[in-house]
Ligand binder design. Structure first.
Ligand SMILES: [Zn+2]
Length: 454
């Protein structure tokens, strides 16, 4: 079976609203019905039709649990063998479950990973003490004086039990800082990381249900495969840590235990910042795993196309980016095998395949010079190549068209992120029209049922 979404998601993923100072909340007016045509009229454009793999998509999705599960969140990956937790004077319980070790230490506590074990160093009143814990098992760390919230680490308040897990190889070692906490404790920090606090309660509630469903599917997939289920950034979903504003906490509480189901199993509730008015199918934009072929993650039928109000709400409805010849050549070079030829300027860029959604699938880039071989690139690869040559992420989605200019290329596109499932800007626009969370979810995950399962 092919890998679950999150592998690709680990590269592609997620919407990107956040952390997001970038966005600024200016509600620019966008181009309404104009812009990227639904499907280019050229006869050379072949639609790509997904295989009938829908039924297989059930196996990779979990049955809904009947009680609240835990979730393992990788809050940070620290390069090397050393990690330190404070603040000064804080008391930590440090345990090595496999070694039957439990001791209290006063911060700052430093953990050094050894070949097979850990060296723990702490100091009290200027006197430094050290203890070696043998065995390669992960160490766990909890605050002795605070139950809910853990220590602050790299600007994020951790939560739950903090696990230190060594990894990597002899050339490049690392320590993963992984929080183990309950699902409902985790979710407010996701809403805080993914949404503006000023956004409507219905937006927070809809995202709480989608994010809970997504996290359940990640947990199902990774439980026996690695030491964490999700990472705390946009590769999974942003997690701001254990402290969240009231609106986030209230939305999680109001939707406690509610998940998206399809044929009795949980739907991975993908979402992105903005679909640009043209939603993508998960099977096209996330990965070809059969899980992504289910109806709630497919492209809405033509009646629903264009209904997402994000096109005229928020800063990502449409955008434009320009690249000079040198940057464009660098972008192409980054996407071809070493030694392969990159078409030389002047070039022509032609759309050769589109998805059923109307979004571009691949482009052909050919040189006007004789004897030069054309290069075919998937839209998502061209997007990555172009973004690798620029600061920020000027090509915000894989839904774009390319115009060749005398001095380079211009990219005109719509949306931000992969465009699958719930659209955050679209959701907020609907919430401002008093659309309830359940109705919003019905639009973005057609055919999914919402049920409280714990
Ligand atoms: Zn949208």
């Amino acid at each position: 079976m092919s890998r679950f979404p999150s592998d690709d998601v680990d590269r592609l993923r997620r919407r990107l609203i956040k952390g997001v100072p970038v966005l600024g909340l200016g509600f620019m007016s966008c181009r309404g019905k104009e812009g990227i045509p639904e499907a280019p009229p050229q006869s050379s454009v072949k639609p790509v039709v997904a295989d009938p793999i829908v039924l297989n998509g059930d196996r990779g999705r979990p049955l809904p649990p009947s009680s609240e599960p835990g979730i393992r969140v990788r809050a940070a990956r620290v390069d090397g063998d050393l990690v330190e937790f404070g603040p000064v004077g804080a008391r930590f319980w440090v345990t090595a479950p496999g070694r039957d070790h439990r001791a209290m230490h006063v911060g700052p506590v430093r953990f050094q990973r050894l070949a097979a074990g850990w060296r723990v160093t702490w100091s009290v009143s200027g006197r430094t003490s050290t203890r070696v814990i043998e065995g390669a098992e992960p160490l766990t760390l909890t605050m002795a004086d605070r139950e809910e919230v853990g220590p602050e680490f790299r600007g994020r308040m951790l939560s739950g039990t903090v696990n230190l897990v060594g990894g990597g190889d002899s050339r490049r070692r690392h320590i993963d800082v992984v929080c183990h906490l309950s699902m409902e404790t985790y979710l407010p920090g996701v809403l805080a990381g993914e949404l503006f606090d000023s956004w409507r309660p219905a937006t927070h509630e809809a995202l709480a249900i989608a994010a809970r469903s997504f996290a359940l599917c990640e947990r199902f997939h990774w439980l026996s495969r690695r030491s964490h289920d999700v990472v705390a950034d946009e590769r999974s979903q942003v997690w701001n840590g254990g402290l969240a504003p009231r609106r986030s906490s209230e939305a999680v509480l109001r939707t406690r235990g509610e998940v998206l189901l399809h044929r009795g199993r949980v739907v991975p509730g993908y979402y992105s910042a903005s679909c640009g008015g043209r939603p993508a199918a998960a099977i096209d934009a996330i990965s070809s795993n059969p899980v992504n072929g289910i109806a709630p993650l497919s492209v809405p039928d033509s009646d629903r196309r264009g209904v997402c109000p994000c096109r005229s709400f928020g800063p990502h409805g449409s955008w434009r980016a320009s690249f000079d010849i040198r940057a464009f050549n660098e972008a192409l070079a980054s996407r071809v095998d070493t030694g392969s030829e990159v078409p030389r300027w002047p070039i022509d860029v032609e759309l050769i395949e589109a998805f059923e959604s109307g979004r571009p699938r691949s482009f052909r880039i050919s040189s006007a010079r004789r004897g030069s071989k054309p290069l075919e690139l998937r839209a998502v690869d061209l997007q990555r190549g172009l973004n690798s040559t620029a600061t920020g992420r000027p090509v915000r989605s894989a839904d774009f068209e390319v115009s060749v200019r005398p001095d380079g290329i211009r990219v005109d596109g719509a949306g931000f992120g992969h465009g699958v499932g719930l659209c955050q800007y679209g959701t907020e626009a609907l919430a401002r029209l008093n659309t309830p969370a359940r109705e919003i979810l019905a639009r973005y995950y057609p055919g999914a049922e919402i049920r409280r399962v714990w």
